[in-house]
Design a binder for this molecule. Structure first.
Ligand code: URA
Length: 252
């Protein structure tokens, strides 16, 4: 899974090449529903989930149901995405060990029947290490670390460049340094719920994001479009390689 329809089509095309499946057969299976895109390449579903937890968690739960009715056994979920890095060079890849909420808790808090339910937001440790190990020799840095999932791109991620801002540069830096000291390596908008729901459902999952900037250095993404397009391929190639190796080991 990943945010945009375009990225998930790119991932599906990449998986066709990696698994030797004919690209011409690629179809968006959601047809005219338009809410998200879904492609099937061999044993892989490539699905877009939109921006943020509410959108992602609806798609995630629909896919959990779909896989249940399809009789799928031991599915593994990956989220590939972009993020803001914390103290890591732009273009690095972060494989999330856990998700941290906007109030600095390792949980996803969802109101159910009028009461807050806390879902622990830890990812599968072994999967996380295996995916990170598959990156070695890729020519960029890969980190295992915490990921803060914000409910907003601007104030929720301590930015100063949003339309509404009511804190200072010093407040922002103090918060970002606190995150960094807690072991957070990147900030995106889905990790806590992705970890919480997959864990509750008993399926293994990994969140693999490239960083587009170092938030300790600024708020705006200033790299060129072509540089960013190249960086966005990194999670696609890493997860693709992990899946291909897994498929080969299953066949052996
Ligand atoms: N996505 C985010 O949520 N934050 C960033 O800084 C970059 C991408």
């Amino acid at each position: 899974m990943g945010g945009t329809k375009h990225r998930m089509r790119e991932f599906a095309i990449h998986m066709c090449r990696v698994l030797g499946v004919e690209e011409t057969k690629l179809l968006n299976l959601t047809k005219h529903a338009h809410r998200y895109a879904m492609y099937k390449v061999g044993p892989v579903l490539s699905i877009s989930h939109g921006i943020g937890i509410p959108s992602m968690s609806v798609v995630l739960q629909e896919v959990l149901k779909l896989l249940h009715y399809a009789g799928s056994r031991d599915p593994v979920f990956f989220r590939i995405g972009t993020s803001g890095g914390l103290g890591v060079p732009p273009g690095s890849v972060v494989v999330s060990a856990w998700g941290l909420s906007g109030t600095l808790e390792k949980s996803y808090d969802i109101p159910v029947l009028g009461k807050i339910r806390k879902l622990p937001s830890y990812f599968d440790e072994r999967l996380c290490q295996e995916v990170a190990a598959a990156a070695s020799g890729d020519g960029y840095s890969t980190y295992i670390g915490g990921t803060m999932a914000a409910d907003d791109y601007y104030r929720g991620q301590a930015r100063l460049d949003g339309p509404l801002c009511d804190y200072t540069e010093a407040d922002k830096m103090a918060f970002l340094r606190t995150l960094s000291e807690l072991g957070v390596r990147n900030i995106e908008m889905e990790a806590t719920a992705f970890a919480g729901y997959t864990r509750e459902a008993g399926v293994r999952a990994a969140d693999v994001c490239v960083t587009l900037l170092d938030r300790l250095q600024g708020d705006q993404v200033t790299s060129s479009k072509s540089t960013m397009m190249g960086w966005q391929m990194r999670p696609i190639e890493l997860v693709g390689r992990y899946i291909a190796e897994h498929c080969r080991s299953q066949q052996a």
